[in-house]
Design a protein around this ligand. Sequence first.
Ligand SMILES: [Zn+2]
Length: 181
Amino acid sequence: MPSLCEQRFVTCEIGCVRYSQWDGIMVTFHEFIDPGELPRGFRDHCQLGSSSTHQIPVSGFELANGDYHNLFRNLCEFVCPAFGMVPTVYCKANDAYRNKWCLQWLATKSRIDNRFEIFDVENLIVKLYGHKLGEDPSRASVSRSLGAVYWDYASNTRCKWHEESDIWSCALASCRLIGIT
Ligand SMILES: [Zn+2]
């Protein structure tokens, strides 16, 4: 949202994957999130933002989940299946602020403590390369490869709705592409 809007983001879709070095992407989590009431006076802005990216309807979307409590609880269980573990989540450094903001928004709505810690996936990839291949790629080259588009061989990465609507901007696809990279 523009800086003059009090609400920083409008939350509408979440994707998350559980990834193992050996097995790759093992399970995925995906939900459309009911954004609730749009910030007053910013409906057109939201509409425009949606049209130019994910195209998720800004209101009245039948797949949008407004049961925040169960949604967030399911996400917590997905990320952290064993009690007492601190959920460790990675995302691209550029998305970290937005993701943290949206998770906090969801946590507040769900009335569940937000125990998520989010780390930069770029640092993790640099470390994994070091361990596995003895290579030491620069953080910058890792960021570049994460930003590259691998749509050519990245079939079946999107959520069902974005796949059927043939729209590429999809939260689940973003996560899966990090795994593929
Ligand atoms: Zn999607």
